[in-house]
Write a protein that binds this ligand. Structure first.
Ligand code: TMP
Length: 208
């Protein structure tokens, strides 16, 4: 039986990493064989492309170049990691996927959803997640959390409030348009409350 493909999305500082570990542990407890991965990245080649995408040295990277690098890494990821794992009956949980491209390149960089859809079709040929968790948080709070971590910021994290506001609104818009695929979580709630919702959604997916 084919495994399920789950993705995690949201702005910076919304708790994706913490909840990814929670999802990993919960699914393992249920005896599910799973692969944790991320985008951009997930494969050796994809991680090299990630290095280019996040490197602040590339100040002149155009939005189109950024978009195509995201999909180049994704093509490699889908064909060599995600699809083989699903075919082997494993579940795959990815920290970001194509929704991020619509939010960051489509909305925040201003390329528009219409420029992205044909490339998505060409690369993915209808392939898409079974469920996408969207960790939703007011942008100011997310940015404060990132600042508190004190890590050096990458090429995306150095963007300003309006950029992340556009990211947030794009995720919410996409989730409202196809509610059946998305599970939108209020990430401003206490972690325990967020995780109760995640657990309920995972249980539904396991039963399907
Ligand atoms: P991360 O910080 O969640 O690991 O993601 C790396 C950055 O890449 C993050 O700022 C969002 C960005 N990104 C895009 O702009 N488009 C995409 O398609 C993906 C997958 C990530």
């Amino acid at each position: 039986m084919r495994g399920k493909f789950l993705t995690l999305e949201g702005g910076e500082g919304a708790g994706k990493s913490t909840n990814l570990r929670f999802i990993e542990h919960y699914l393992q407890q249920q005896g599910i064989d799973l692969v944790i991965t991320r985008e951009p990245g997930g494969t050796e080649l994809g991680e090299a492309i990630r290095g280019l995408l996040l490197d602040k040295q590339y100040k002149t990277m155009t939005a189109s170049c950024e978009l195509l690098l995201m999909f180049a890494a994704r093509a490699q990821h889908i064909e060599t990691l995600i699809k083989p794992a699903l075919a082997a009956g494993k579940w795959v949980v990815s920290d970001r996927f194509t929704d991020a491209t619509y939010a960051y390149q489509g909305a925040a960089r201003g390329l528009g959803f219409d420029r992205i859809a044909p490339i998505e079709d060409w690369v993915q040929q209808g392939f898409s997640p079974d469920c996408t968790f969207v960790f939703d948080l007011p942008v100011e709070i997310g940015m404060q959390r990132v600042a508190q971590r004190g890590n050096e910021v990458d090429r995306f994290e150095q963007e300003q409030l309006a950029f992340f506001e556009a990211v947030r609104q794009a995720y919410l818009l996409r989730a409202s348009r196809s509610a059946e695929r998305y599970c939108v979580l209020d990430a401003a709630q206490p972690l325990e409350a967020v995780q109760i919702h995640i657990k309920n959604q995972l249980n539904r997916l396991i039963e399907q």
